[in-house]
Design a protein around this ligand. Structure first.
Ligand code: ZN
Ligand code: ZN
Length: 638
């Protein structure tokens, strides 16, 4: 007999040789129906696996994250069978799961085209309908190598396998593939799927090897989840900031500077509005602002440690027989300003902000619009303080960070705390003080957080801020990092109460991270329909005909006097064309004016994304718009 311990701690006695599926049936009919795979002693296995000896068993159902992987990999096998039945020459190479789906690398001379996806899916549906059981077959490494001799891909896979027992999976009595498993019980349980794309990929990523065809698919437990996923992708495509950036004339890229953004006048208005707001909040939280040089002597980067740890991502230049580096971070410059005079504990905490332009050489393959660029402006700040002040400073940074995120309309955010890694500098004592200060600050603010054990920087623990956008995509924006290394490297000191010189604690922090990336996120979060206070053009006055041009100009003057960003369309176009144009530019307000409005000193207001229109007095409109801008109101209706 074997004692089986279940996740709730209860124990079942079963005969040796009982399958996990039978155990799931003993627990309950509902669970047995929902079961997809299981974990035995922490290892993911098939339901058909037998239990021998005392074991911890956890049944995995479609609700589990791990189940998705098992299901998707099983779906990859079904796709592989379908492809092999259509192209008998196809050789299977490697088929892992990836985020949201799976792929299979195929060696086939004939190209697989997107127009082939439909018939592959058709074949897959047949295999799914047949609901053939996944059957595991095991043999020794030597037998497996003998069985697959001549298949260089599968032989290679066996060589990379870490077990002496090699397993194969069959669909019923037909298709067979070398595989570690586990799999769902039968082909009917691979969920709702879709083939997404096909791309070239070298075997082992090695350009000297043959180019294979990588076919990507996705699979979800239900049709609804698949549809939601596909809808989300469509929506993300519709909101792509690179497309909207072009359409709304906000920014561009040019091969003259790969990875360097060109910000256009309208983009610059968004930029300046973000900066103005950012400065205001930092002023309120008692920050001072500095600016440090972009190009600094190479020597400095040896001292800061960047040379040893970050050289590959840095740009260098030479002049006057000396080597210089273009800064990838602002901290060393901040340290030099700190060092330019003496400091006393009385000045602490010193909060020094810098909108610092940094350059980091990213590989060309990872560049992505404004999200991943090689030059960006960091909303950086360094706080110098005593160890006793860490906690209250962290609380202050958290309050400021949340205030800023909320102002931009983000409501869903979470925090992760990363602790001491194996490789670190500084005593355990200072690590404890710093880590506890971070924890206490989070407790003080009653903030739930996730701990990433051992994931801190080698120079100190950190807190990261993540926000979710309207598509539920998570973005890491802000960070707070305690640093025990740099103040020592730069010999920073302050005079303490007892008149002795001490090393200050240095806190690095950023709220938005990179201005470029943040503006990209804003564009996608709002799908280009920016809140009124951030819109490059807030109002446009549209004259119904030439006769109303004078009045339209008068209204525009009033708007300008009230500091609204506005323009006037007095072109020869028909009014409907003018409205369509303003609509395409995603303007928050259009004021349509004709003889009737001129006579009554009113405007006919059309509001973005709101049906109908309303006529109000000019002054009433102005008052309303100014209030909405001041309140950073996301709702345009009034
Ligand atoms: Zn497999
Ligand atoms: Zn820093």
């Amino acid at each position: 007999m074997a004692k089986v311990t279940l996740p709730d701690g209860s124990i079942l006695e079963v005969a040796d040789g009982t399958t996990v599926k039978e155990i799931s049936e003993q627990i309950g009919e509902g669970l047995a129906r929902a079961a997809v795979a299981a974990k035995v002693n922490g290892q993911l296995i098939d339901l058909s696996t037998t239990i021998n000896g005392d074991s911890a068993v956890q049944i995995i159902t479609a609700k589990d994250e791990q189940c998705l992987k098992v299901m998707r990999h099983s779906c990859a096998h079904v796709m592989a069978e379908a492809i092999c039945s259509i192209w008998p020459d196809a050789k299977l190479v490697y088929g892992p799961t990836v985020e949201d789906g799976f792929y299979y690398d195929i060696d086939l001379d004939e190209p697989i085209r997107p127009s082939d996806f439909e018939r592959i899916e058709e074949k897959m549906r047949e295999i799914v309908a047949a609901d053939k059981p996944f059957i595991r077959k095991e043999m020794s490494r030597a037998d497996a190598l003998a069985k697959l001799s001549g298949d260089k891909y599968k032989t290679d896979n066996i060589k990379h396998a870490d077990s002496e027992i090699i397993s194969f999976y069959l669909h019923g009595d037909g298709f067979e593939d070398l595989c570690r498993g586990p799999h769902v019980p039968s082909t009917g349980k691979v969920g709702s799927f879709k083939i997404m794309s096909v791309a070239g990929a070298y075997w082992h990523g090695d350009p000297t090897q043959k180019m294979l065809q990588r076919v990507y698919g996705t699979a979800w437990p239900s049709k609804k989840e698949l549809d939601d996923y596909l809808k989300g992708l469509e929506e993300a495509k519709r909101r792509d900031h690179r497309v909207l950036g072009r359409q709304l004339d906000l920014f561009s890229f040019n091969k003259a500077g790969p990875g360097f953004a060109f910000i256009h006048p309208k983009g610059m208005i968004i930029w300046k509005t973000v900066v103005d707001y950012w400065r205001g909040v930092h002023n309120k939280y008692n920050y001072e602002e500095i600016q440090t040089p972009i190009i600094l002597n190479e020597e400095l980067w040896h001292k800061s440690g960047h040379w040893d740890n970050y050289k590959e991502n840095m740009y260098f230049t030479e002049f006057d027989n000396a080597s210089y580096a273009i800064k990838p971070m602002n901290c060393p410059g901040g340290c030099l300003i700190y060092k330019s005079r003496q400091h006393s504990y009385r000045e602490f905490p010193m909060r020094i902000a810098e909108l610092g332009l940094v350059h980091r050489h990213e590989a060309s393959g990872v560049m992505h619009g404004l999200f991943r660029v090689r030059q960006f402006t960091q909303d950086d700040a360094h706080i110098f303080c005593t160890p006793e002040q860490i906690e209250s400073e962290i609380v202050g940074v958290i309050e400021l960070t949340f205030e800023i995120y909320r102002a931009f309309g983000f409501k869903d955010f979470h925090i992760e705390l990363s602790t001491k890694p194996e490789k670190h500098i500084g005593s355990d004592e200072i690590w404890d003080i710093a880590t506890n200060a971070l924890k206490d600050a989070l407790k003080h603010k009653e903030i739930e957080y996730k701990i990433n054990e051992g994931d801190g920087a080698f120079y100190g623990p950190k807190i990261d801020f993540h926000i979710k956008d309207c598509l539920k995509r998570s973005w890491q924006l802000g960070t707070i990092q305690l640093d025990f290394s740099m103040p020592e490297r730069f010999g920073l000191v302050y005079t303490d109460k007892d008149n002795t010189e001490k090393t200050p604690v240095m806190i690095h922090r950023a709220v938005l991270g990179s201005f470029e990336r943040f503006i990209g996120i804003l564009i996608e979060h709002y799908g280009g329909n920016l809140p009124l206070w951030l819109s490059p053009e807030q109002v446009r006055v549209l004259a119904i005909s030439e006769k109303s041009n004078d009045y339209a100009g008068l209204v525009q003057d009033k708007l300008k006097d009230a500091q609204l960003r506005c323009s006037c369309d007095c072109s020869d176009e028909k009014i409907n064309a003018k409205i369509a144009k303003a609509h395409g530019e995603k303007l928050p307000f259009m004021l349509v004016v004709g003889p009737k409005e001129a006579q009554s000193s009113t405007v006919n207001v059309r509001i973005r994304a709101v049906r109908g229109n309303k006529t109000v007095g000019i002054d009433e409109f102005l008052k309303m718009a100014k209030r909405k801008i001041a309140d950073k109101d996301l709702d345009l209706d009034f």
